[in-house]
Design a protein around this ligand. Structure first.
Ligand SMILES: NC(=O)c1ccc[n+]([C@@H]2O[C@H](COP(=O)([O-])OP(=O)(O)OC[C@H]3O[C@@H](n4cnc5c(N)ncnc54)[C@H](O)[C@@H]3O)[C@@H](O)[C@H]2O)c1
Length: 304
């Protein structure tokens, strides 16, 4: 199958592209605004450098792709320039959906658990969303746009609301990389891990292999929809520090500081009822297993 992976030089897109490349012809599209070339060293397919919110003419000259995994997005959640956020994330997606209409492609796209904001956990897809910043709103607007395109496309459009994804290939994201990677970096450099007071915020951390699994399952979906992709459990930052100390064989206690942001989520946790039922998604990595798997790649807490 010919498959397009947008944002394919980024964290999630590159993991997906490398795995799919073993069996399919993969074309990566990325504008390299937040990506890192090191993510593609082991990828042998075509790489097209292009801004999806601009002119897609170079893409349209390619042979049609049967499937599109759309991962491209601004992922800096602190950007307050709403025009830039909306133009990049929503108009880029609109262009991709137009392409999918012309190509008759199945579309699987990256949504985000940020649309839940302060909704009480565990979060269900049917709950009214509560986006708390421009990034979260842009992801919600993408879901609504997908809904409008359902009638126009022959094949399903599946949106995946990722929770906090961690794994190899995320270092370029800096302060937007997972807290697991950032805290591991601090620990590896001998510093006490810095977390918000008093380490009790809870997150559903989902390992990259489970996110890739969800994407592959979504490819086989016969129906459109929006589905949660998490581990189905939540862990406090104190627990993350304890797991990292165990994995890295260190004993550095948390260095607590006051949360400077007004819009952070206190407790995220995915309700996986729908994604299990409709996609047969079955996450394999709890926090301990995920951190072990990450460590075994040699990339946990390691800079590019
Ligand atoms: N990592 C997470 O925890 C997480 C959580 C929720 C949702 N997501 C979503 O998953 C997707 C992938 O995120 P990621 O963590 O891999 O981040 P990332 O920043 O590594 O990947 C995004 C990629 O998109 C590219 N890109 C951005 N705008 C583009 C444009 N206009 N044209 C072409 N390429 C463009 C960037 O260069 C980058 O390579 C994003 O849609 C993000 O919103 C990620």
């Amino acid at each position: 199958m010919r498959i397009l992976v947008t944002g394919g030089a980024g964290f999630i897109g590159s993991n997906l592209a490398r795995l799919l490349a073993a069996q399919h012809e993969i074309i990566v599209v990325d504008d390299f605004s937040s990506a890192h070339w090191t993510n593609l060293v082991d990828f042998h397919g075509d790489v097209l450098t292009l801004d999806l919110s601009a002119d897609l003419a170079p893409l349209r000259r390619l042979e049609p792709c049967a499937a599109i995994f759309h991962q491209a997005s601004i992922t800096d959640t602190t950007i307050t320039d709403q025009q830039r956020m909306m133009f990049n994330n929503l108009e880029g997606f609109r262009n991709v959906l137009d392409l999918a209409r012309d190509w008759n492609s199945i579309v699987v796209f990256a949504g985000s658990a940020s649309v839940y904001g302060q909704v009480p956990a565990p979060m269900k897809e049917s709950t009214a969303p509560w986006p708390m910043n421009a990034y979260a709103y842009s992801k919600l607007a993408m879901e609504r746009l997908a809904d409008h395109y359902r009638q126009k496309l022959k094949n399903p459009i599946v949106g995946l609301r990722y929770f906090n994804v961690y794994g190899p290939g995320e270092d370029h994201k800096g302060k937007f990389a997972s807290m697991i990677h950032q805290l591991a970096k601090q620990i590896r450099s001998g510093k006490r891990p810095r977390i918000f007071t008093a380490g009790q915020q809870r997150r559903d951390f989902v390992y990259i292999d489970d996110v890739v699994q969800a994407n592959l399952k979504a490819l086989n979906s016969t129906r459109s929809g929006i589905f949660n992709v998490g581990s189905g459990a939540s862990y406090t930052f104190n627990q993350v520090v304890a797991e990292l100390n165990r994995a890295l064989k260190t004993d550095l206690q948390p260095d607590y500081f006051t949360n400077p942001y007004t819009f952070t989520q206190d407790w995220t946790e995915a309700d996986l009822t729908e994604s299990r039922r409709c996609l047969s998604y079955d996450p394999q990595f709890n926090l301990t297993r995920g951190i072990e798997a990450y460590l075994s790649t040699g990339r946990l807490g390691v800079s590019n």
